[in-house]
Design a protein around this ligand. Structure first.
Ligand code: 26Q
Length: 821
C-alpha cells in the first residue's frame, strides 16, 4: 500500500517533478544552480527508473509463480542504444515528462542527448538482439536476455585526414543508472586445466575436469519494459571479476604482485568487445568470453529452475534457449557437461534435454565468417568440452553413416571437426546438431542455408529448418526517432500502429490525397533540415535539405559494396564535368559506418569516400549539386537521426551475400525508397511495398552463381563499358589522391583482377537504375505516393511479427500478463 501513493511510482506530473528534484539532491548531491546537464540527466534517469522498477518487481513476482516456459536469448552482443527516450515511449510518459522538466526550465531533448550509448555490439546481429528483447517484453512473453557487459563497447570512430581512427569507447565513465549489480547471483566459471578418469562409488568410470583457473561472473541486470504493458523483462549481462580467495590465499601466498596480476588478467575477460563483424578472429580471449557468458547463463537458469522447485530433467520444459549465431554455441557442450558430469544423467537423456532446449539462428552466408576454433586452442581452454564434442560427433556421424550408407564424403562434410588441414571445431555444426530448430533470417537466406551452407544437414533433418524474417522495433525506429511522422499517423489512423504495425495499411487510402502528401513532404523536409544541421556540426560540410538525401549506412564491407556507390557517384560527377549545363538532379550522398580495425580494404573504402567528397564538394563547377558526406561514428543514436531524414536507401550488396539486412527496414518505415539488389530481406520489402515502389537492379543470387560458373572476367566488362572504364581510370590516375596512383591501387586491382563481389557485373544495371530514381524524384507527387506506400506496407518488418513467429514455431511460449503489485 505504501507503494501506491509514493513519488517513486506515480506518473502524475507534480509527483514526477518532486521526485526529480529529490533525486537531484539525494542521488546527485546537487542543487539547481550548480547542477550540470549530466546531473539533470542522471536525476531524470533515476526518476524514470523508479517507475520502471515498480513494473520490474511486479513482473518478477508474476513470473515466480508461473510454470510457463521462459525464453533465454543468448547473444554475445546487445546493441541497445540509449535507454531514457525508449523507456519514456514504452511507459507512455514522454509528453508528460517533457512538460515536467520544461516547467523546471529544462529541455528534455538536451537531457536525452546526455546519455552515453551502450555500444555493446558490432551491427545488425547485436541490434537485432536489442529489437527482439523489446518485442519479447511488448508481447508479454517471459524472457531473459543473457550477454556480456563489455567495459568498452564498439570503438568510437573519428575521421582524421579522411581516414578512420579508432578511439576507446568508455560508456561507463559517468556510471550507468539503468543497471543493478547482483553479486548475490555471481557464478564461478572454471577454465583450462586437464581431465582425468576416476571410478565413482558405484564403480562406474567417470571423467573429472581439473580446471586451471576460476573467474567469477557478476550479473548486472537492466529492466526491459514492454510497450504500454506492465511487463518489464530482464537483460542480464555478465562481468568478469577475480576470485579473491582463490588467487590470494591458495596459490599466491607471498606473491602479492603475482596475485594482483592474476586479478587483472581475469578482469580482462569482459574488458572489450571484438570489433570484427563477418570475419571472426580466432583469438583465445574471444573463446573465453563466449564460454564465460554461456556458462554463467546456464548456471543461472539452473538456479532459477531449482528456485521454483523444478528438477534438472525438466530443464527444457522451463527454458527455450536461443543461440544468436554460433557465438554462444559452446552452450550445447556446456549443458551436456552439466547433465552428464555434474548430474550423472545417462547420455541419451542428457542429449534429449539439450536438443529440446536449444534453437540456433544463423546470420551469415559468407563461408569465411563461419566460426572455427583450432583444436589445440580449444583443448587448452576447454579440455572436457572438447571430449564431449568428440563424443557428440561420434554418435552423430554414426547416424550419418546409417542415413547415407557408404558416403564418406558426406561424413567429412558433416563432421563437427574440420580435418581438411589443421583441425578445427566447426561451431555452426555443433549448433545445428545440438538444436531442435535452425533458422535463417530472411527467406532467401534460409533457402540458401538449405541449398549451400548447411545443405548436408538439411538432407539429414529437413524438419529442423525454419525461416524467420528479421524485424525491427517500431518503438525506437518510429515512435522515438520520427516524432513528426508519428504525429501525422496519430491524427490520421490513431496510435494502434506502434503495437500492431500492420495498421499502417490504413495510410494507403491517403496516398493520393494532395493535402496529406503536402504534409508528408513537409515532415520529411523538416527531418532533412535537422539531419543537415547534424551533418554540418559533425563534418563541417553544408548540405542542401532540398537535395535528394541518398543514404548508405551500415558496416563497411566489400560484400555490401559501398565502393559500387562510389563508382556511380564518380560517373555522375564525370557527366556533370563533361557538360556543366547538364540537368543534374541535386543529390547529397551520405555514408556512415565502421570498418573492422584490421580490415585494410574496408578502411581504404572509407578513405575513398572522403577523397571523392574532398574533390566533388569543393569543385565550383558542381555548384553544390552533388555533395558527398561521411558521417563519423555510426551508432544507434546517429541512426535515429539519419533514417528519418533519408529519401533514398542504398541496399546494394551482391545478391546471396546479405543474410537479411535490418537497416533496409528502418529506412522503409521512415518513408525512404530503396534502391536495392534482390538480396536478403530486400526481396521481401519489394514484395510487400510492390515493385512499382521499389528500385531493383543487378543479378539475382541464381544469376550470380550462373555467372561465376560461366567464368567471370571483370576486365572484359570494364573494357566494354566506357562510363565504367572512365571512372576506373579517374581513380587510377590519382584524381582523388592528388596524383598518387598508389593510394587506391588495392581497390582498383581488386576490381580488375578478382572483383569477388562482382561490382563490374552489376554496374550498368545500377547506373541505369539510378537514372530511373532521378526520374521518379523529379515527379514529386509520384515520389511522395511511393514513400507513403512504403510506410503503409512496412508492417511485416516489425520485430513483433518476428518474435511471434519464434514463439509459435520454435519456442512454444505463450504470454503471461503482469498485474501491478
Ligand atoms: C565472431 C567471432 C569473433 C569475433 C567477432 C565475431 C562476430 C561478431 C559479430 C561475427 C559476426 C558478427 C556480426 C554479424 C552480423 O551482424 N550479421 C548480420 O546479422 C543481421 C541480423 O540478422 C543481418 O540482418 C545481416 O544481414 C547480417 O550481416
Amino acid at each position: 500500500d505504501l507503494l501506491h501513493a509514493s513519488d517513486r511510482t506515480s506518473l502524475s506530473k507534480d509527483s514526477f517533478k518532486r521526485a526529480f528534484i529529490d533525486n537531484l539532491f539525494y542521488t546527485q548531491g546537487k542543487f539547481l544552480q550548480v547542477a550540470t546537464h549530466k546531473d539533470y540527466y542522471q536525476a531524470l534517469a533515476y526518476t524514470v527508473r523508479d517507475r520502471l522498477l515498480y513494473r520490474w518487481v511486479s513482473t518478477a513476482t508474476a513470473y515466480t509463480g508461473q510454470v510457463s516456459r521462459t525464453v533465454s536469448y543468448l547473444s554475445a552482443e546487445f546493441l541497445m542504444g540509449p535507454s531514457l527516450g525508449n523507456t519514456l515511449i514504452n511507459l507512455g510518459i514522454l509528453d508528460e515528462v517533457r512538460q515536467a522538466v520544461g516547467e523546471l526550465g529544462l529541455d528534455l531533448t538536451d537531457l536525452l542527448d546526455q546519455e552515453a550509448e551502450p555500444g555493446l555490439g558490432n551491427g545488425g546481429l547485436g541490434r537485432l538482439a536489442a529489437c527482439f528483447i523489446d518485442s519479447l517484453a511488448t508481447l508479454e512473453l517471459p524472457a531473459l536476455g543473457y550477454g556480456i557487459r563489455y567495459e568498452h563497447g564498439i570503438f568510437y570512430q573519428t575521421i582524421v585526414d579522411g581516414w578512420q581512427v579508432e578511439n576507446t569507447d568508455n560508456w561507463l565513465r559517468y556510471g550507468n543508472p539503468w543497471e543493478i549489480r547482483r553479486p548475490e547471483w555471481s557464478v564461478e566459471v572454471k577454465i583450462g586445466g586437464f581431465t582425468e578418469t576416476y571410478t565413482d562409488t558405484e564403480d562406474r568410470h567417470r571423467v573429472r575436469w581439473v580446471p586451471a583457473k576460476t573467474v567469477v561472473g557478476v550479473p548486472f541486470d537492466s529492466p526491459i519494459p514492454g510497450y504500454r504493458v506492465n511487463t518489464a523483462n530482464t537483460l542480464r549481462l555478465w562481468s568478469a571479476e577475480a576470485t579473491q580467495s582463490f588467487d590470494f590465499e591458495v596459490f599466491n601466498r607471498g606473491d602479492y604482485l603475482g596475485a594482483v596480476n592474476k586479478k587483472v588478467t581475469s578482469e580482462n575477460l569482459t574488458k572489450i568487445l571484438y570489433p570484427n563483424d563477418e570475419t571472426p578472429q580466432g583469438k583465445e580471449l574471444r573463446l573465453e568470453q563466449q564460454y564465460f557468458f554461456v556458462a554463467c547463463s546456464l548456471h543461472d537458469m539452473i538456479r532459477i529452475l531449482k528456485g521454483q522447485g523444478g528438477s534438472i530433467e525438466r530443464f527444457h520444459e522451463k527454458f527455450a534457449v536461443q543461440l544468436n549465431d554460433t557465438h554462444p554455441a559452446i552452450g550445447v557442450a556446456e549443458l551436456m557437461r552439466i547433465l552428464v558430469d555434474d548430474y550423472l544423467l545417462p547420455w541419451n537423456d542428457a542429449w534429449s534435454i539439450t536438443t529440446q532446449t536449444f534453437g540456433y539462428t544463423n546470420h551469415t552466408l559468407l563461408p569465411e565468417a563461419l566460426e572455427r576454433w583450432p583444436l589445440d586452442l580449444f583443448r587448452r581452454l576447454l579440455p572436457r568440452h572438447l571430449e564431449l564434442i568428440f563424443e557428440i560427433n561420434e554418435r552423430f556421424l554414426h547416424d550419418v553413416r546409417v542415413a547415407f550408407l557408404g558416403d564418406e564424403a558426406r561424413v567429412r562434410a558433416l563432421s563437427l571437426i574440420d580435418e581438411t588441414g589443421e583441425r578445427y571445431v566447426r561451431m555452426a555444426h555443433l549448433a545445428t546438431v545440438g538444436s531442435h530448430a535452425v533458422n535463417g533470417v530472411a527467406t532467401l537466406h534460409s533457402d540458401l542455408l538449405k541449398k549451400d551452407v548447411l545443405a548436408d544437414f538439411y538432407a539429414l533433418s529437413p524438419q529442423k529448418f525454419h525461416s524467420i524474417t528479421n524485424g525491427v522495433t517500431p518503438r525506437r525506429w518510429l515512435a522515438l526517432a520520427n516524432p513528426r511522422l508519428c504525429e501525422l499517423f496519430r491524427e490520421t489512423i490513431g496510435d494502434g500502429w506502434a503495437k500492431e504495425l500492420d495498421q499502417l495499411r490504413r495510410l494507403e487510402r491517403h496516398a493520393d490525397d494532395a493535402a496529406f502528401a503536402e504534409r508528408w513532404r513537409a515532415i520529411k523536409l523538416d527531418n532533412k533540415r535537422q539531419l543537415a544541421d547534424l551533418i554540418v556540426q559533425r563534418t563541417g560540410i553544408e548540405v542542401d535539405p532540398e537535395s535528394m538525401f541518398d543514404v548508405q549506412v551500415k558496416r563497411i564491407h566489400e560484400y555490401k559494396r559501398q565502393h559500387l556507390a562510389v563508382l556511380q557517384i564518380i560517373a555522375m560527377y564525370h557527366r556533370l564535368k563533361s557538360d556543366p549545363n547538364a540537368e543534374v538532379l541535386p543529390r547529397t550522398f551520405i555514408f556512415s559506418g565502421k570498418a573492422a580495425p584490421g580490415y585494410a580494404i574496408a578502411k581504404l573504402m572509407i578513405r575513398l569516400i572522403t577523397a571523392i567528397g574532398d574533390v566533388i564538394n569543393y569543385d565550383p563547377e558542381v555548384r553544390g549539386r552533388l555533395k558527398v558526406v561521411f558521417m563519423p561514428n555510426f551508432s544507434v543514436t546517429t541512426g535515429q537521426r539519419i533514417y528519418p531524414g533519408a529519401d533514398l536507401s542504398e541496399q546494394i550488396s551482391l545478391a546471396g551475400k546479405e543474410a537479411s539486412g535490418t537497416g533496409n527496414m528502418k529506412f522503409a518505415m521512415n518513408g525512404a525508397l530503396t534502391i536495392g539488389t534482390m538480396d536478403g530481406a530486400n526481396i521481401e520489402i519489394c514484395e510487400e511495398v510492390g515493385s512499382d515502389n521499389f528500385f531493383t537492379f543487378g543479378m539475382t543470387a541464381a544469376q550470380v552463381e550462373e555467372r561465376r560458373r560461366a567464368g567471370y572476367d571483370p576486365r572484359e566488362v570494364i573494357e566494354a563499358n566506357p562510363e565504367l572504364h572512365a571512372v576506373v581510370e579517374l581513380i587510377r590516375n590519382g584524381l582523388f589522391s592528388r596524383g598518387d596512383t598508389e593510394l587506391f591501387k588495392p581497390i582498383i586491382d581488386g576490381l580488375l583482377w578478382h572483383d569477388t563481389y562482382m561490382l563490374a557485373a552489376d554496374y550498368a544495371s545500377y547506373s541505369d537504375c539510378q537514372l530511373e530514381v532521378d526520374r521518379a524524384y523529379r515527379d514529386t507527387a509520384r515520389w511522395t505516393r511511393m514513400s507513403i506506400l512504403n510506410v503503409a506496407r512496412s508492417g511485416k518488418f516489425s520485430s513483433d511479427r518476428s518474435i511471434q513467429e519464434y514463439a509459435d514455431k520454435i519456442w512454444k511460449v505463450t504470454p503471461v500478463s503482469v498485474p501491478l503489485l
